[in-house]
Design a protein around this ligand. Structure first.
Ligand SMILES: *Cc1c(COP(=O)(O)O)cnc(C)c1O
Length: 230
């Protein structure tokens, strides 16, 4: 993985430039290295360069890495689709879950979050109009799901996640992210206290920063193209 150091610096520079351009506070946008399909060895140069947040999409693959890298100071984020039979492993091993999209999953995460750990930070994934996958709650169901998640004592609802289909059009990218930002603002007007947006990937992080994102989830721009099917 030679080249990963310069790629990390390039991504951090893009984030800093976007913060500056859009009037965001320096350091307010946090980088999650989306490390699915990357072996633990490929994470080490990033860890050595002080990258602390990693996002994983597949539970078994993630557990192997979490085990291998147990001595490292890493904050693990689960960003993939969640199967009900994987909620225990997720609740026990992750600090954040970005992809909660139905109540059944939220209830199981709540049930399985170990008492000795702090509350599990969660984002609800919303299926905005341009989202390619079927995952994510539909906007008209968001208010109800957010209220139900908030009532679960072992979860802490932090915000919203979205995964719009890739677009080369900056304006289109911004419109998709603006929808998500507005949904969060609406929830906060309804009495929520959400402080996190999780949106923006390798090709559209600038548009996400412009629309107030907190986390960008970056894979390709850090690790190079993925060779394994995902
Ligand atoms: C893979 C992945 C990313 C990173 O995508 P890149 O385009 O490689 O930066 C971000 N979010 C989720 C949910 C992913 O699965």
């Amino acid at each position: 993985m030679s080249g990963i150091g310069p790629r990390l610096q390039a991504v951090l520079a893009r984030i800093a430039a976007a913060e500056n351009r859009y009037g965001r506070k320096p350091g307010s946008v946090k980088l999650i290295a989306a490390s699915k399909t990357q072996p633990a060895e490929n994470l080490r140069p990033l860890i050595a360069a002080k990258q602390r947040r990693f996002g994983e999409s597949f539970v078994q693959e993630a557990l192997n890495k979490i085990h291998t890298l147990a001595a490292q100071d890493i904050e693990w984020h689960f960003i993939g689709a969640i199967q009900a039979n994987k909620t225990k492993a997720i609740a026990e091993n992750f600090c954040w879950v970005h992809s909660v999209d139905r109540l059944k999953i939220a209830c199981r995460l709540n049930e399985h979050r170990p008492a000795h750990l702090p509350q599990l930070n969660v984002c609800v994934q919303v299926n905005i109009s341009r989202e390619p996958t079927k995952s994510g709650v539909r906007p008209e169901e968001l208010i109800e799901l957010a209220a139900a998640v908030t009532a679960l004592p072992r979860l802490r609802l932090r915000g919203l996640m979205a995964l719009p289909s890739p677009s080369d059009e900056y304006q289109e990218q911004r419109e998709a992210f603006a929808e998500v930002r507005e949904m969060m603002e609406q929830l906060n007007r309804h009495g929520h206290n959400l402080d996190v947006l999780s949106m923006g990937m390798s090709t559209d992080l600038e548009a996400a920063v412009a629309e107030n994102t907190t986390f960008v989830r970056i894979g390709t721009a850090l690790f190079g193209p993925r060779h394994c099917p995902v």
